[in-house]
Design a protein around this ligand. Sequence first.
Ligand code: ZN
Length: 198
Amino acid sequence: MRWLEQHKAPGQGGGEKVSGSREAGTPTRLDVLAMLHDGAAPIHGDDDDQIGPPSIPSTLKNWAWLISEHRGLVYPERSDVAELAHWLLLHVDWATSRPWIDDMLGEIGALRRWAHSLAPWAVHVQELVGPCPYCDMRTLIRVSGERYIECDGREEVGGCGGLWTYEAYEDHVAALVKADKRRKTRKVEAKTKRGMAS
Ligand SMILES: [Zn+2]
């Protein structure tokens, strides 16, 4: 549950950051506008691959509406993107028990990727040496300003896309170091025994 909740945060960040890029002076780009404004369904190509950027407000509204319906809540009709993102975060714990949680996280993750590809924000990325606790690949990165360590899930990198707190990562590395020490100790013991036997 917590793991899924952590997935949610970057999507929210993406939404806010795109708003920022608009202020930075790219208001005439249609693709950026498409993300910032309410839109119909995302544009799909022949093979159903999405070829146009999804609308941030529409995507968030769709999920807020779904959650409101399911939970018998008043749909936050007048909320702006930041408020919607906050509202969704309040219900993430509940949403993680729903069968559509993967779709929700997938769509919100896509918002962030689209936003970054259209208007990349300057980021400081630190690559971490320890392996990912989940997929075991050395693909962990820490992006400045983000609360979590991320397993780089871009296709060319091949990580699992998981998010980790720094504490969880450190615990994992500590456990690996410990296990490695144990293994080495066992090797030494084995050698010593062989040495005694001969
Ligand atoms: Zn991973």
